[in-house]
Design a protein around this ligand. Structure first.
Ligand SMILES: Nc1ncnc2c1ncn2[C@@H]1O[C@H](COP(=O)(O)OP(=O)(O)OP(=O)(O)O)[C@@H](O)[C@H]1O
Length: 306
């Protein structure tokens, strides 16, 4: 049984279709990254999956429970970490967790709190006020609160936004540790390095699911070609390339220029012209990155949310 199996989900707010026939499945123990531009419907889809919103169309199950009729059961079995840090800043870490333990009616409270603190390396900070924690520790507290009731599925909505790279890495180590213990994780993120730490990713754009698969599959299926340019006055070369047939993206990376296109022949022709026109420019094949693919998706999608 898949932990998540949803088909044709649609959610409208007024005349805006925010989730547009989204189908998704996530196997047990899998870590799936949910990516897409701001306002593309990730949070709304997650809220449907955890039983907080009812879809206008579509069906499905989460942990085997029907998303329309079993939302209470789903809420009990799922850990949902929202985008915003939502704890009592004037309570300590321990007190916040005690409060959450009581909400879930976990007994004995002290035992659950102590083992969760231990599990996430928070014991030594138990008496620190939540409001005085750094971003990374706040995220760790939020994660502790949403795994304390031992959910089978974690739905994490941009859990590491604004957190430094070391704390993000530790957070992801923790996610992998939890997944290897059998927990399933769906996590939304805007960070490419985090996408690469997922078993699979799904990319949604303005409500529509555009791609799903491993990072390698998504990059391959996008069918893009990338070249790296080196040489003098790359700013002028970049300007000369913009808008030429075959050239979809031009981006400086340090002392090089990355040029990306979906029509290889046209891109090669454009680069051959520019090589002739600009003495000393050297063109070599490059690797298409996940970021290149997402930029391509974004430029091809219409923002209907404005
Ligand atoms: N309750 C609501 N009423 C009206 N519009 C809403 C509501 N909730 C979300 N929206 C709109 O739906 C669209 C999708 O929002 P959503 O938060 O699901 O996107 P997202 O992909 O999570 O974005 P981000 O990456 O910025 O968090 C946005 O245009 C948002 O303004």
């Amino acid at each position: 049984m898949n932990a998540i199996d949803v088909h044709g989900l649609v959610k409208r707010f007024g005349d805006k279709t925010v989730v547009d026939h989204v189908t998704m499945s996530v196997a047990e123990g899998e870590i799936v990254g949910f990516l897409g531009p701001n306002g593309s419907g990730k949070t709304t889809t997650i809220r449907i999956m955890c039983g907080l919103l009812t879809p206008d169309e579509g069906e499905g199950t989460v942990l085997g429970f029907n998303i329309r009729t079993d939302s209470l059961r789903i809420k009990r079995e799922v850990g949902y970490m929202t985008q915003k840090f939502s704890f009592y800043e004037d309570l300590t870490i321990g007190e916040n967790l005690e409060f959450v333990a009581r909400l879930y009616r976990l007994k004995p409270v002290e035992e659950h709190v102590a083992s969760t603190l231990e599990d996430l390396g928070l014991t030594s900070r138990r008496n620190q006020l939540a409001g005085t924690l750094s971003g990374g520790w706040k995220q760790r507290l939020a994660l502790a609160a949403c795994i304390m009731h031992k959910p089978k599925l974690l739905l994490l909505d941009e859990p590491t936004a604004g957190v430094d790279p070391k704390a993000r890495r530790e957070f992801w180590d923790e996610i992998h540790r939890l997944a290897s213990g059998g927990l399933t994780v769906l996590v939304s993120t805007h960070y490419m390095d985090e996408a690469e730490r997922c078993h699979r990713i799904s990319y949604i754009s303005y409500g529509k699911m555009l791609a799903t698969g491993t990072v390698a599959e998504v990059v391959k299926n996008a069918g893009l070609t990338t070249f790296v340019l080196q040489g003098p006055r790359l700013d002028q070369v970049a300007e000369a390339l913009q808008g030429r047939p075959g050239v979809d993206q031009v981006a400086p990376f340090g002392a090089t220029l990355h040029v990306v296109g979906s029509d290889k022949k046209k891109l090669e022709a454009a680069l051959a012209d520019v090589e002739r026109e600009h003495k000393g420019v050297k063109v070599s094949p490059g690797e298409t990155s996940l970021e290149d693919v997402f930029i391509q998706f974004m430029s091809g999608s219409k923002d209907n949310m404005a």
